[in-house]
Design a binder for this molecule. Sequence first.
Ligand SMILES: *Cc1c(COP(=O)(O)O)cnc(C)c1O
Length: 402
Amino acid sequence: MFKREEYVLDAQWQRFLDLSKDFATPNIFIDLDTIRQRFIQLKDSFPYAYFYYAVKANPGVPVIRLLDKLGSNFDIASRYELDLVLSLGISPDRISYGNTIKKAEDVAYFYEKGVRMFATDSKEDLKNIARCAPGSRVYVRILVENSSTADWPLSRKFGCHPDMAYDLLVHARDSGLTPYGISFHVGSQQRDIGQWNDAIAKTKYLFESLEEEEGIRLSMINMGGGFPAHYIQPTNDLSDYASEITRYLEDDFGENIPMIVFEPGRSLVGDSGVLTSQVVLISRKNNTALQRWVYLDAGKFNGLIETLDESIKYPIITEKDGGKDGEVILAGPTCDSADIMYEDLKYRLPLDLKSGDRIYWLSTGAYTSSYASVYFNGFPPIQTFYIVDGKIEDKDGNPVSR
Ligand SMILES: *Cc1c(COP(=O)(O)O)cnc(C)c1O
């Protein structure tokens, strides 16, 4: 069993219980104080860097408003995210179109709205950018090793070999675009800091060879996300990430460190959330089975998609923790056998757990609320509420009364 106080401070927890107790489950409560604190911590750790919040991690309006106020920029993956962010009065020069997979018409849409910064990793996409967003700055995403130390890998599907990145940046210049930089993402919830070293070394090679052979001077390294949230498996402190990564940059670039961009998602919002679910049913599959199946009203299709392959291991607590416990298999409410969260991982829950008891999933602020199915089996999408200055707002930033 997990110690709640290692994840959420007493005062914050009391406030959460008080504010959330009358809401139907399942739901997610996001505490903006945590996000504010994480953003400030990140800025202090990398005082030389620029931050583009990866909106997909939690696109709630209260989150975007807060990060806007704190001076963050925004990494956007679709025209719908773009409309949302622009509707809040954020100017397009603080937005980057970081998705390498996009339609030509979407490139045109971003350009028309004033966005001038685009990621790419393929020739076809680059041609679309040259045609639909003339003169824009482009950065090329390189492939990094598909490492097993990231709990939610984002490699393989995105990025290209450095040799191709080279060609694309030359092509960008030749087609009237501004070759701006290199990006990579070492994988989300990356527990091995050394992964940044390899990626920075590849980047340095590209900076040097493009300048020497083509006279192209790149300006920026976009290091994506990857910093951890606080789940079960231990990770280094953010300060360790910062000192190591800064050292890699100094080793490779010396005095001439280019503009550095991060696109944090999980590390900013992950720890801010508590997903509350209720026990629907507890059963054993035969009379002498030692393991109980605990079925909850939240599942893989309703907020907990990152339990896929048991990748993200959330701490879970109940009101009955502290007494005797036993192994459980945790599953969701839908008629799909894939809707099992943890089976190999041996979670333990109290033996006196009953239907109707609440189960709290900690550190569920990232990739939960907006990463859920719509009415699968008729279950509505999980609702998210935001604690803003001690009051509750919905995902659109409207006040919610209790
Ligand atoms: C999802 C994503 C991020 C955020 O990654 P985290 O590991 O959640 O911080 C950053 N950049 C890009 C391009 C992404 O797709």
